[in-house]
Design a protein around this ligand. Structure first.
Ligand SMILES: [Zn+2]
Length: 246
């Protein structure tokens, strides 16, 4: 046998490398490559919290914790997609699971469950292909947003979440009947505001069927009696570990 000397490749600790190790699909044709959080990202988060306190919008959070971690930094992300990606990047950077405690709802049991849940079980996505919806004789066609600069400007402008949702929907409308929507945003917001509430709510429902939505419902099973209970995880408990802020 030949005596082989293993070639040890020395790593240069000062070479800055971006390794986008995780591929995340948001919908067919919309995929991102993400890297783990670095110390500089954590510093930027602390700075943002110092500056703004609790008043941090999803897009501001994304500017420090998502966009710097993506290979394609110009991609347009909606609030739902931002929330989804935050949990995905948390899964690769901190842990892909978290601890969750609850009391079993079965009265004969009522025991304390302390379980470990996988992030992927509470961070699922729902969407359909973009298309035309017919509501009360009105044809509404939804589609992907092309002008990301305009989108983010509007998302900053509207502080109220329900106004932001409306603006988000307006910008995803390609056409209503024969009316091309993309260039006439302000007119569109007026059109919605003048609409009967029940009609607007129906359009919102149709939009929700097509848009990217985060699905955070998860069923837990009691370790003692097997009773199943559904929980909605709007936020992952201890999303950032305490050590991040020490
Ligand atoms: Zn039980």
């Amino acid at each position: 046998m030949e005596n082989q000397t293993a070639q040890v490749e020395k790593i240069n600790p000062f070479k800055i490398e971006e390794v986008y190790s995780k591929e995340i699909t948001l919908r067919p044709g919309k995929t991102v490559q993400a890297r783990k959080w670095k110390v500089k990202d954590r510093k930027n988060l602390k700075k943002l919290i110092e500056e703004r306190g609790e008043d941090i919008s999803p897009i501001q959070l994304a500017s420090v914790l998502i966009f710097p971690c993506l290979k394609n930094k110009d991609i347009l992300l909606t609030e739902e997609e931002i929330k989804f990606l935050l949990s995905e990047i948390r899964a690769i950077s901190i842990s892909d699971k978290f601890k969750f405690s609850y009391i079993c709802s079965n009265e004969d049991c009522n025991k304390l469950n302390e379980q470990e849940i996988l992030v992927q079980d509470v961070n699922k996505s729902k969407f359909n292909n973009w298309g035309v919806a017919e509501i009360d004789g009105i044809e509404v066609e939804f589609g992907e947003i092309v002008n990301s600069k305009f989108y983010y400007e509007k998302m900053y402008e509207f502080k109220d979440p329900s106004e932001r949702n409306l603006a988000d929907m307006a910008m995803h409308i390609v056409r209503v009947n024969d009316f091309e929507a993309s260039i006439k945003f302000e007119q569109f917001m007026t059109y919605f505001n003048e609409m009967d509430t029940d009609l607007l709510d129906q359009i919102v429902q149709e939009y929700k069927k097509q848009k990217f939505m985060q699905d955070n419902e998860h069923e837990c099973e009691c370790t003692f009696c097997g009773t199943k209970q559904k929980f909605i995880f709007d936020e992952i408990p201890d999303f950032f570990p305490k050590s991040w802020f020490e």
